[in-house]
Design a protein around this ligand. Sequence first.
Ligand code: 5AD
Ligand code: FES
Length: 367
Amino acid sequence: MLNSILSKAETDGVLAVSDMRYLLELTDDADLKALFAAAYAVKRQYVGTKAFFRGIIEFSNICRKDCYYCGIRKSNGDVRRFDMEPEEIIDAAVWAHGNDYGSIVLQSGERCDAAFVDRIESVLLRIRERTNGDLGITLSLGEQERETYRRWFAAGAHRYLLRIETTSPILYAKLHPEDHRLDARLTCLEDLRKVGYQVGTGVMIGLPSQTVDDLIEDILFFLANDIDMIGMGPYIVHQDTPLASEVETFDERHQLLMGLKMIAVTRLVLRDVNIAATTALQALDHQGREAGLQAGANIIMPNVTDTKYRAAYQLYDNKPCTDENSSMCKGCLNRRITLIGESIGFGEWGDSPHYHRRMNHGATAAG
Ligand code: 5AD
Ligand code: FES
């Protein structure tokens, strides 16, 4: 059974829902090894075995949202809020550029006031100027007006990550206050596509009451929406959040495995997209990100935020690398990636091949 599903997946990527369920429910070590090897073969064929770096700058934890799972939600009064100065953000971007990271990600809590929108626009313009437009820039700044997305695109950002978190309306409603709307997020993803961004989305894996069928729906959503980049990772409890009380026992190994299986099945089905091995994997296991690469991911997001701010950007408990500075992270990652026999795409943007294929075919799935 396993072999026939995997050889089918390796040849044409067409998997029935029952096949995906079978793969996501695997637990035996040898079976998991076979699954990850098949996903790795597809990754090698479609995107190669070069890992691309996106240096992530988590520049502020001020957030107007109140998601029940997130450590920096606005109702968490125990968080020391910070907001980096534009100069500090630009310096981190210039550091990433100087260290041959092809791309950066600017991420923060969600804000949409005019001062914030203007500030991001000016930071983007100044980064472009300081790096001669060489640096790929991804934004991960939540739900915004289409006009805001347009202005930031015009100022130099070209990729945007907006996780859908879950495609199940029932689960979405359980995880968020009523004014956080799944349909608003869907509209944002459409707007991003229309503006011209390479569009990334993703989900949390192993949420309380989430089923394997929910996760299959998530993968089918990525496929149906012609998504270019996937950033998804295991849900990890943050003690000072409402969702923590819904989790009786937190099984780290189970969460890690679910995260890896989702990467593998997503690679088998979507093939030519970029998939990140996210930090949440590493929070569960110090080899988690390498395991992610070996299960089909091809993107790593090293933290390049100044160490003094890192501890305050805790979306979940035990976030790793809060004490290491950016140079230490770079050295550590170089070693780890070389050890698993991959190279690093230094100085390259590492765009999603899916995006270019979509553009060359004049795909109009974006509408
Ligand atoms: N565990 C894992 N991921 C989380 N995120 C927020 N809180 C958690 C958590 N407790 C993720 C969300 C969000 C991204 C920035 O961080 O998916 O989109
Ligand atoms: Fe929504 Fe942090 S408050 S993800």
